[in-house]
Structures are given as structure tokens and as C-alpha cells.
Design a protein around this ligand. Structure first.
Ligand code: G3P
Length: 217
């Protein structure tokens, strides 16, 4: 399963990418709005750092506006993936942009039928939001199970990009269900490295090593 960082913060991205576990980036208007500087320059910089798919979301709500913004984003950098919301206009824009060879990530997906229509118009990625479903007492991971099953039934090429992840358990469950990608805030990715037994074990190994060196000295 591929791992994306859900962030528009260049420092956070620069800290994680060299570790070799990151395959791409997702941003959204809320994330980009938090960062200083020109958002287009920031996006280009992020594409260079990660050297992989980087989602940039349109803010237009109408079809023509989405096409305009989407084509503009796609021209910024070869790694840009245009993100559109799962609305009628977004689905229409996905159809047109995809037919032009522009990769599209259809976002704000909360139901299997939404995922089905996104796949039918050639979305490169579908982004179901698991955390926001959990927030309203609806199991987010059941949506992932449904989408993976439907896409497998019809061999859709659209990749399932699990978004709105809040904890490592979302990552474990996404991987068990065969999702293609999980996008996670940096704080969640940081937690993937940690296990108390690793810390305790390493301390013991190093102490034993130092003791033996002291005896030999
Ligand atoms: O990028 C979209 C998504 O991951 C948002 O997450 O935590 O705001 O629901 P969250």
C-alpha cells in the first residue's frame, strides 16, 4: 500500500520524504490556506520534493471553473493531480480532464455509489473520508470495504485513496482491506515508527554492548 502525506507544509514534507516511505502528497484548500507564501509556488516545491503524485484541489464549484483551474494546476508540474469534489460538476469535470490525460483525484467521497460514478468517469483516485464518517458514528472502514469490493468486481483502474485518516489503526485496516493508498497527517505517520518494545529492546542491546566494552577495556 502506498503512503501519502496529507499536508501542505513544506517543512513537514521535507522531514518525511528522505526516509523513503512516502509515495505522494495530498493537499486541500484548508491545508494550503494555512501555509505562508504563494500556494502555486508551494505546490511546485512540494512536487519537486516528493517526486510523485501531488493533489491540488480546485475551489471553483462550476464545471467551467473547475476545468480552468484544473488545467492551470496540471500545467504547473508533471506531478500534479487535479482534485475535484464529488459533485455533479466535479464528476463532469473529471470526465473531461481525464479524457485530456490529466490525472484526477475525486474527493469528499462518502458513499459506494459516489465511488462507482467516479470510477466510471475515469478518476485516477477516489478519496473516501474515513475519519469524517467515524465522526458521525458511521464506520468509515466499511465504506473502504465496499469500494474495494465494487472496484474489484468490475476491474476499475481507479485507485482507492483512503483519506481523513486519524490514527495508525486506520492505516492497518486500510492495508488489510487492500486499499491502494492511505494519506495521513504527518503526526499519524510519525506514530508508525514507534513501539515501546523496540525502545526497550534497543536500550538493552546498547547497555549490554557498553558493559562488554567496559570489561574488555
Ligand atoms: O485531504 C482530505 C482529508 O484527508 C481531510 O482530513 O482530518 O480534515 O477529515 P480531515
Amino acid at each position: 500500500m502506498k503512503l501519502f502525506i496529507d499536508s501542505g507544509n513544506i517543512k513537514e514534507i521535507e522531514a518525511l520524504v528522505p526516509l523513503g516511505i512516502i509515495d505522494g502528497i495530498t493537499t486541500n484548500p484548508s491545508l494550503l490556506a494555512k501555509e505562508p507564501g504563494d500556494y502555486k509556488d508551494n505546490l511546485k516545491r512540494i512536487c519537486d520534493i516528493v517526486n510523485g503524485p501531488t493533489s491540488a484541489e480546485v475551489v471553483a464549484k462550476d464545471y467551467e471553473g473547475m476545468l480552468r483551474e484544473g488545467r492551470d494546476f496540471a500545467g504547473l508540474h508533471e506531478h500534479i493531480v487535479v482534485k475535484v469534489p464529488l459533485t455533479r460538476e466535479g464528476i463532469h469535470a473529471c470526465k473531461t480532464l481525464s479524457s485530456e490525460g490529466i490525472r484526477v483525484n475525486v474527493t469528499l467521497c462518502f458513499s459506494p455509489t459516489q465511488a462507482l460514478i467516479a470510477a466510471k468517469v475515469g478518476a485516477t483516485y477516489i478519496s473516501p473520508f474515513v475519519g469524517r464518517l467515524d465522526d458521525v458514528a458511521t464506520p468509515g472502514m466499511e465504506l473502504i470495504r465496499d469500494i474495494v469490493e465494487i472496484y474489484n468486481n468490475y476491474e476499475f483502474k481507479t485507485e482507492v485513496l483512503v483519506a481523513s485518516t486519524r490514527s495508525p489503526m486506520h492505516i492497518v485496516e486500510a492495508a488489510r482491506l487492500g486499499a491502494d493508498i492511505c494519506t495521513c497527517p504527518p503526526a499519524v505517520i510519525d506514530q508508525l515508527f514507534n513501539h515501546p518494545l523496540t525502545t526497550i529492546g534497543l536500550e538493552k542491546f546498547l547497555k549490554d554492548w557498553e558493559k562488554a566494552q567496559a570489561v574488555k577495556a
